[in-house]
Structure formats: C-alpha cells, structure tokens
Write a protein that binds this ligand. Structure first.
Ligand code: HSE
Length: 428
C-alpha cells in the first residue's frame, strides 16, 4: 500500500477541530480519493487540557509549533493558528525548511509575507496551499489557479468578510444602528479578537491581495489596497441606497488597468438585481471576470468549522495526490510587482449630505460639484425639518480624485451640516 500522508496540525480552534473531524469521519473516502491514507500524526495548540468536540488523544502533542513543524513523523503541516508574524510565520518557515508541505488558512501571514514564503516553498520543491485563507469554503483559489487558468482575468470582486455582510444586512432588515448591530455581532462571537480586522476591512483586504496576485500574476501587495471600513455607514444610507435601487456592500475589487493595478476594499453600492446585492448574512461571494469565461459567481460560507475545514482538506488531498502547483499560479520568481493605479476607474457616486434648509443651499452644492467637473445624474431631497434637509445625489461617472476634492470643499460652502458621505457605485 502507498505510504500514508502524515499530518501535523498547528492550532486546534474551530477550523483545526473541523479538520480533525473530517479526517476521522471520512478516512476511507479520503484515502480512496487521494490514492493513499491521510492520517493525523500530531497536533499542537495553546492548551492540551481544553475541552474539545473531537477526540485528539490518539495523536502526538507538541506545545511548541516550531517543534511540530520539524517533527520527522509529519509530512504536511497545517498551520491554523493565525497571526501575520510570530509563531505562525516561524512554524511555516520551519516546516518548509524541513522539507514539508504546508497548508494554511492564514490570510494575514500570506498578505504580508506571501512572496517570500512562496519563493521559499518553491525553492524547496514544497507545496504551500491556502484555499482556506480566502472566502472560507468557497474553492476560489482553485477556480482562479486551475479552472480559469486559460483566461486573462479582467476583474475579481468579492464580499469576503461575513461579519461585515452580517452587520450591513442586519442594519437594513432590522432597521438597527451600526453600533447596535456591531454589539450584537460581538455577542454572537462573529467578530475577530481585534474587531478592526473585520469592520475596518483589513481581513477582507488580506484576502483580496491574495486573489489579485493569483489573478494578475503579480506579487502580493497588501499595502497598495485602498481601504475603508464600514464604520461610517449609517442605517439611512442603506435605506436611501435601496430607495435608489442599490445595496451597500463592503466590496473588494481588483482589476488591471492601463494605469496599473487597482485594488480597493471599500463600501460600495451595487445594483440590487446583481447577486452581490442579494447576499445576506455571513455568506461570502466572489465574482470573477475572465476574457473567455465571462462573469462567474461563487457563493458560500466564508467562515466556520465545516466550510473552512473543507477548504483545508481540499488542499491536503491535492498534496496527497502529488500535486505541486506554484503557490500563486506561476513560479514565484516570475511574479512582477504591479504598479498600483494612481487613480481608480471612473464610477458613478452616491453622495449623501445634510444641507441647511435655506434659499440657494442646493445651488451652492450643485455649483461646487459642477466646478469640480462632477455632473449630477439624480438627486433626491428627503423629509426635513425647518432647519436641515437631507439630500442624496447620484453623480454621473467621476474619478475618485474629483470626488475627494469635492468632498473636501463641501464644508467651505457654509451650507453643509456635518460630514458628507461619498460611496462608489460599482458597475457590475
Ligand atoms: N472574520 C472573517 C469573516 C472570517 O467575518 O468573514 C475569517 O476571515
């Protein structure tokens, strides 16, 4: 019989335990598909004593993740502890240096060190796979790297943080404020230990940076992503956007333009007929546009025990089968550093502001927009009191630079109350 593939799992949180359960439940099926048994040799986590929903007593134990990465009876290290540096990075490096393959769900690690780790893995002739790092159970890395490998990718878009999508959809369905739903999400255990990773868009941007590298054959460049979280979205923005035929989503977009690589993770309006707008709760969606395939839409659970462990096991089985693909779809040394696009592709914009309700106020705003080169497509004024009037403007296509200038100049008109809001309307 072919020798078994021996796994060492670092991190026994939700995903680690999910992996243990799949291996225990589907041993025979996995062996049949992989052409060899897949066994867990050893595990490592912070506490051995902790109560867990799977029996790990049959496996070896390591307190030190790096020691686990170097164990002689482990062929493949599964890194599920998280964190962009520290023990996660040290154990992945140690595993590759010890000639082991690595599967990780660690988007932060790869967003910051993906190029160096890919070069290290490929120089050692080892696999470094990360399906579980992007959009949980959706096999988007496989789709981009394999199924769509014959396409020039034109654009990749996605809603890739389930917590933000939960917050935005719950604000709309229950008419609750951002603060109230944020607290609900915390109580439900949806938020990362550092909530800014979720609501600040960072977690989703980590994922986008990996998709962009794979889609466009370039080096991961997390720092080039234009980043804005969902904290400034008010419940009435969601309601007003809906009134104009749009939903608000924290949307990641990566596209190669003549001006360079454009990468954005920002709250955007998307037309309500598009599947992206219909995505509820904690679900994720990735939209890929290829020159031959057209637009494809992948939807599924973006987090959780089963879905994320499913993605890990897909990678494990590929490695057990002997697949050794370049980490980012082509040899790491051939990946180019794509110049970031200085100006993003023009778009229509949603502008929401509160005006003093006095003669000429609207004219001042319209004049300012006109002088900045921004043309108004639609406008609505909503129910107002004697002193103030909420106004919503949808612009014709404008550059983000023009919108930024206009937003900065609006307070100078003397008729705008508080902070105006500008959200891009993504053409999907
Ligand atoms: N916190 C993430 C989310 C899951 O809410 O989608 C892990 O990336």
């Amino acid at each position: 019989m072919t020798s078994p593939l021996r796994l060492g799992i670092i991190g026994l949180g939700t995903v680690g335990i999910g992996v243990v359960k799949i291996v225990q439940r589907h041993g025979a099926m996995i062996a049949a598909r992989a052409g060899r048994p897949v066994e867990i040799t050893a595990v490592s986590a912070r506490s051995r004593q902790k109560n867990r929903s799977a029996d790990i007593s049959a496996y070896g134990w390591e307190d030190d993740p790096v020691a686990m990465a170097r164990r002689e009876d482990v062929d493949l290290v599964i890194e599920l502890m998280g964190g962009e540096d520290g023990p996660a990075k040290a154990s992945v490096e140690a595993a590759l240096d010890a000639g082991k393959d690595v599967v990780t769900a660690n988007k932060a690690l790869l967003a910051h060190h993906g190029q160096a780790l890919a070069e290290r893995a490929e120089a050692a002739g080892r696999a470094l796979r990360f399906e579980a790092a992007v959009a949980g159970g959706i096999p988007v890395i496989k789709a981009l790297g394999e199924g769509l490998a014959g396409n020039e990718v034109l654009r990749v878009m996605g809603v890739m943080n389930g917590t933000c999508n939960y917050i935005l959809t719950r604000m709309e369905s229950a008419g609750l404020s951002y603060e109230t739903v944020f607290e609900e999400a915390r109580q439900l255990g949806f938020l990362e230990a550092d909530p800014e990773l979720d609501v600040g868009g960072i977690d989703a941007a980590h994922k986008l940076s990996l998709l962009a590298a794979l889609a466009f054959g370039c080096r991961v460049d997390f720092d080039a992503i234009e980043l804005q979280g969902i904290g400034a979205i008010a419940t009435h923005d969601i309601r007003l956007a809906r009134d104009m035929g749009y939903a608000i989503k924290l949307l990641g977009v990566a596209q190669m333009t003549g001006r360079g690589l454009e990468q954005r993770m920002t709250p955007c309006l998307v037309p309500e007929h598009h599947p992206l707008a219909q995505l509820d709760g904690g679900t994720n969606m990735v939209v890929i546009e290829g020159d031959s395939v057209g637009q494809i839409v992948l939807r599924g659970a973006g987090a959780g025990e089963g879905p994320t462990a499913s993605a890990v096991m897909g990678d494990v089985i590929d490695i057990a089968r002997g697949m050794r693909l370049p980490v980012f779809g082509q040899p790491a040394t051939s990946l180019v550093a794509a110049p970031p696009a200085a100006v993003s592709t023009g778009a229509q914009w949603y502008l929401r502001m509160v005006l003093l309700d006095k003669p000429g106020a609207l004219a001042k705003v319209a004049t300012l927009l006109g002088e900045t080169g921004i043309s108004i497509d639609r406008m609505r004024q909503y129910g107002h009191d004697d002193a103030q009037a909420p106004v919503l403007i949808v612009t014709h296509k404008a550059s983000s630079d023009d919108i930024r200038h206009a937003m900065a100049a609006l307070p100078g008109t003397g008729v705008v109350v508080g902070e105006p809001v500008a959200l891009r309307i993504e053409e999907v």
